[in-house]
Design a binder for this molecule. Structure first.
Ligand SMILES: [Zn+2]
Length: 463
């Protein structure tokens, strides 16, 4: 039998009052999997440019990839996804029309290159609606889409998710557990001790479980989000084991393991020239520190970098904690690789890179001038005034010809990589501990039968 690949993407299916695109997509996925939909990948959770100013929270889009026997079947699924958006938003986020521009898109067939290009651009850049319109024009016939609200903003995310196929670059996984509707808004009943115990057991292969500096779990969001918790890490099996270690005192009707670009640094566009550091872009660049860092009111640490012709501000903000102490040790002339989102200039500051991580490539040796030592007794001599020579305070020896001596001081800042504490991490930021563990290519072990848990039990998925 001939099969057709379909890629169904969603974005912005939520609002500040409630709902979550991943929750909507997971409920739909569970329905489809129960009916025997044949997935060709784990559900994908793609985080897009964190610099986008109008994002709702995490700027994430979800894609379900499957194969079906006919285009009619594909259209049925698309219609079902669309009507479920209305149903979901009606139940979870009444005011969505005011805030959100939800979208569903379905691409039929193998994802074509221009959609992939669009997807990778959306990882680090601002994608204007005009570019979306151009794309829609080109892919007519293969792409079905609908925007139930007033605009197409969510459609950018939905299509960008489809385009980020994650067949080549790095990726990780996240197990997301969802709450029962009648618990949403109440305190999350997960034992803190069990989160610490889970972190001790699986911390090497999981990411951002707990912040020990502030004694706070990081796996749970706050507020009326339908997400109970999310465990991020390297392999689905480890996430399932880690999840089973948690003591949870409320129902968990649904949990799903996503394949995701979280913690891969995929949003960082390498640039060679600060002229390309456009506002809202996420970038990385090698540059030279051009001013001594200073700590300003509010505890933020600021310095400037230059590429020889242009100069921008770099900021390590207060929530990055001890990371600022490292940044403060920089000196003009140091060579660094810096990365993060570019904030637009304001009346008070120029373009500013919001520092996510720093690579100190070379800490310039520091040279200090010191008074000479007394040739008779070895004590440090004192100046007798400008051009008047030096005198030993201990034995009284005087010298007119003695001069200050240059000494190279070892810098306390070592070359290397530095990152903020876990609590200051954003979705896409790659922790240093993942360096060298980047994945390549489609998962070798692929057991999608374990990725959808209903009431704690796996739904079997044919693959
Ligand atoms: Zn002396």
């Amino acid at each position: 039998m001939r099969y057709i690949e379909i890629h169904v993407g969603f974005d912005d299916v939520d609002s500040p009052s409630g709902g979550c695109t991943t929750h909507y997509a997971s409920l739909l996925l569970a329905k489809w999997v129960k009916r025997g939909l044949e997935l060709i990948d784990y559900p994908n959770l793609t985080r897009l440019n964190p610099g986008v100013p109008w994002k709702t929270r995490g700027n994430g889009s979800v894609v379900i990839r499957a194969r079906v026997e006919s285009e009619d079947r594909a259209k049925d699924l698309f219609e079902e996804a669309l009507s479920f958006i209305y149903e979901y938003l009606g139940a979870y986020s009444e005011d969505w029309k005011k805030y959100s521009q939800p979208a569903v898109a379905m691409y039929v067939g193998e994802v074509e290159d221009r959609i992939k290009w669009f997807g990778s651009k959306a990882l680090y850049d601002i994608v204007p609606i005009s570019l979306l319109e151009l794309l829609l024009d080109k892919v007519r016939g293969r792409l079905y889409y609908s925007v139930p609200g007033s605009g197409k903003r969510g459609l950018i995310g939905a299509i960008a998710g489809i385009g980020n196929r994650m067949l080549r670059g790095d990726y990780t996984y996240e197990l997301v557990a969802y709450r029962s509707p009648d618990y949403i808004g109440s305190e999350r009943k997960v034992s803190k001790e069990s989160i610490i115990a889970m972190d001790k057991l699986y911390g090497r292969d999981t990411i951002l479980n707990y912040d020990y500096e502030t004694d706070r779990p990081l796996i749970m969001p706050h507020g009326p989000d339908p997400v109970l918790l999310g465990i991020r890490g390297e392999e689905p099996d480890i996430l399932l084991k880690a999840f089973s270690k948690l003591d949870i005192y409320e129902p968990v009707p649904l949990a799903v393991v996503y394949r995701t670009n979280q913690h891969t640094d995929q949003h960082l566009k390498p640039i060679n020239n600060l002229k390309e550091a456009y506002p809202y872009r996420s970038i990385k660049i090698y540059a030279q520190v051009s001013t001594k860092p200073r700590r300003i009111l509010g505890g933020h640490v600021l310095f400037k970098i230059t590429d020889g012709s242009d100069e921008i501000d770099v900021a390590a903000y207060q929530p990055t904690g001890g990371f600022r102490d490292i940044v403060e040790m920089l000196e003009p002339g140091d060579l660094v690789e810096v990365m993060g989102v570019i904030r637009p200039p304001s009346s008070r500051h120029g373009r500013t890179l919001n520092l996510e991580k720093i690579h100190v490539v070379m800490a310039k040796p520091k040279i200090v001038l010191e008074n000479p030592k007394c040739p008779k007794c070895g004590a440090r001599m004192k100046s007798m005034g400008r051009n008047k020579g030096f005198k030993c305070p201990k034995c009284g020896f005087k010298s007119k010809s003695a001069t200050k001596i240059k000494r190279v001081v070892k810098r306390s800042l070592e070359p290397g990589w530095y990152e903020p504490p876990p609590r200051a991490f954003k979705h896409l930021m790659k922790p240093i501990k993942r360096f060298g563990r980047e994945k390549e290519g489609f998962p070798k072990i692929y057991r999608p039968g374990t990725v959808v848990l209903v009431e704690g039990r796996s739904l079997s998925i044919r693959s």
